[in-house]
Design a protein around this ligand. Sequence first.
Ligand code: UDP
Length: 240
Amino acid sequence: MPADQPAYKRILLKLSGEALMGDDAFGINRATIVRMVGEIAEVTHMGVQVAVVIGGGNIFRGVAGGAVGMDRATADYMGMLATVMNALALADAMDKQGLVARVMSAIAIEQVVEPYVRPKALQYLEEGKVVVFAAGTGNPFFTTDTAAALRGAEIGAELVLKATKVDGVYNADPKLHAGATRYARISFDDAMAQNLGIMDATAFALCRDQKLPLKVFSIFKHGALRRVVMGEDEGTLVHV
Ligand code: UDP
């Protein structure tokens, strides 16, 4: 019998910048963001505390050509600033759908958004606000996947959710192999041994070391986020 209570009290949702693009080539697709926020609102209304780490690929890869030959750290700061733009768009869409969103940036940019302060973030979550973490870890040479693992560990999230276009981790590329099967669960060690490339190595190691389970699921599949939160067989659970 399916449970009627969410399986998790607090989750950290990692959305890539690409997830905001929809079918566009770059930038932010309004209809996509509105739909995604609808899914987030659904689980928030179930009483689940939701924190989001947002990527920047949709904006940053658009300017990456111009960044060729640039100092890596400088280009990475550009990437982090791109995530701040996405965070503003996401928070705006959340406010429009009746959620209370707070953007917290890992890089001081106080006229625009408040800085990340852990106790404050925890307070917001307890109050039922959605916290959107912007500017990744605040450090170059990292990714927003690593920011998701880091913030997930810091706020005591019970699950890190990695939203992708595919509805889980498969034993082969499902677009190329009709017989590919989805793993319902896989251990961190097996995923590493099979080189499944679920997250970058730093993010993956952090989740594993902190015993922070990871769920890979499709944000484009209607109701998938709710099913994950209800503990149903959706996506792939990566466990210790
Ligand atoms: N970035 C960074 N440090 C971080 C997070 C992000 O330097 O802690 C930069 C990096 O250049 C990266 C860009 O921001 O390419 C956008 O982040 P990411 O690629 O993780 O976004 P996504 O692919 O999830 O949209």
